[in-house]
Design a protein around this ligand. Structure first.
Ligand SMILES: *Cc1c(COP(=O)(O)O)cnc(C)c1O
Length: 399
């Protein structure tokens, strides 16, 4: 995700056959083991991980609760096709609806697939309730995934010209501009879809007031509010879901990344009134398989355990304060984000990629989502000592 442009490169030493389609610029490191906030490569070098699979490993590397859920469920029942009930599937779905207050769940395998489902559900709801309205208003710089429809819904720079023709029906507005949404709503509009914090774009939060305004506006105009919580959900911002900060429950929500804590798992949730899928409209071979559902249930239990989110809030405050101090010391542009999804704005410096590369050499994994920002998405279980260790390395790199 560091860069989208494909270049012909010499075959890297760690992929001597060049067997992989080059979809990203991988550094020449091979990871062999992970534990908590730490990774080891095949030379034995240790790395402090503030990327965690792009905000995926919410419980750190190889968490015991996930390993145990996988081991136990894999000895019991791995798969019985999505056309049958299984105990983990039903328990997982019930736990998600109880935690979110949204009545129904469609389990998915990736964030993009959950968002595809959200788009299809909104379009069907529009066909039934709004005279075939199908347009979903999304935001500039949004990231909703890499299938054709979710790329079309995304507002990532450079994507508009890729893989044409796109899926039509995604007019875009600037983030945090309620009047722009109001002006974009027509009789063709069925929903507004956004991330509570734009993660891939470089951690740009939708303000609480804007989200409250969107909730009121969409209700007034009888259109749906879809929140893509794939990066912000599962405790990342200090609440289980980011919409709990402004207290605006969406009509449709998608989850991914943290919900599987490292295994492929995602979910589409919706209010009862919106759930107009009928048998045959939506599905997938692996959707809701007992093995992944058992993991989802274990992760949800861990993240909603008493005190867990307090720990995220405390760790987030410590990380934010430390980054603010670095920003002041080095004359940078400040800190954005919430909880443990934060960005350090490098101000006039445009060397985020070089800093991330130097960090890797020093045994620290950082992400540079744009030339002037570093993104921090450690495990939600990151310790104060690990945060301080990261800040110390970063301080040295910024000099
Ligand atoms: C990562 C991400 C996606 C895509 O999820 P995949 O599992 O990679 O398909 C969609 N939306 C947001 C906000 C994301 O951060």
């Amino acid at each position: 995700m560091q860069t989208e442009t494909m270049q012909t490169e010499p075959t890297p030493p760690n992929d001597p056959g060049g067997a992989l389609i080059p979809i990203t610029h991988r550094p020449d490191v091979v990871f062999t083991r992970g534990e908590g906030s730490w990774l080891w490569d095949n030379t034995g070098k240790r790395y402090l991980d503030f990327v965690q699979g792009w905000a995926v490993n919410c419980l750190g590397h190889c968490p015991a609760v996930v390993a145990e859920a996988l081991a136990e469920q894999s000895r019991t029942l791995m798969n019985c096709s999505p056309a049958y009930y299984s105990v983990p599937l039903v328990d997982y779905a019930r736990a998600l609806t109880a935690a979110s207050g949204l009545a129904r769940v469609f389990p998915a395998n990736s964030g993009a697939e959950a968002n595809e489902g959200a788009i299809k559900l909104a379009r069907k709801w529009g066909a039934l309730n709004r005279n075939g309205a199908f347009e979903i208003i999304t935001t500039h710089h949004a990231f909703h995934g890499r299938t054709l429809a979710t790329m079309s819904a995304s507002g990532k720079a450079g994507w508009d010209a890729l893989f044409e023709p796109k899926v039509p029906g995604f007019p875009k507005v600037p983030l945090n501009d309620l009047a722009a949404v109001e002006a974009a709503i027509t009789e063709r509009t069925v929903a507004v879809m956004l991330e509570p914090i734009q993660g891939e774009a470089g951690v740009w939060p939708a303000t609480d007031d804007y989200l409250r305004g969107l909730r009121a506006l969409t209700e007034e105009r009888n259109i749906l509010l879809i929140l893509d919580e794939i990066q912000t959900g599962m405790g990342r911002t200090g609440e289980l879901f980011a919409w709990q900060h402004p207290e605006v429950r969406p009509d449709i929500m998608t989850l991914g990344k943290g919900i599987g804590a490292g295994v492929p798992l995602a979910a589409l949730l919706a209010r009862e009134e919106v759930c107009c899928f009928e048998p045959g409209d939506q599905g997938g071979t692996y959707n809701g398989n007992p093995l992944m559902a058992a993991v989802g249930l274990a992760v949800l239990r861990a993240v909603t355990a008493p005190g867990f989110l307090d720990g995220v809030v405390a760790a987030g405050a410590r990380l934010a304060a430390g980054l603010e101090a670095l920003s002041a010391r080095h004359g940078l542009g400040g800190v954005r984000g919430r909880g443990l999804l934060l960005a350090l704005d490098l101000g006039s410096r445009k060397d985020a990629a070089a800093i991330a590369a130097a960090a890797l050499d020093r045994g620290l994994l950082l992400n540079a989502p744009r030339p002037d920002a570093l993104r921090f998405m450690p495990a939600l279980t990151v310790t104060g000592g690990e945060i301080d260790a990261m800040l110390e390395i970063l301080d040295g790199l910024l000099r």
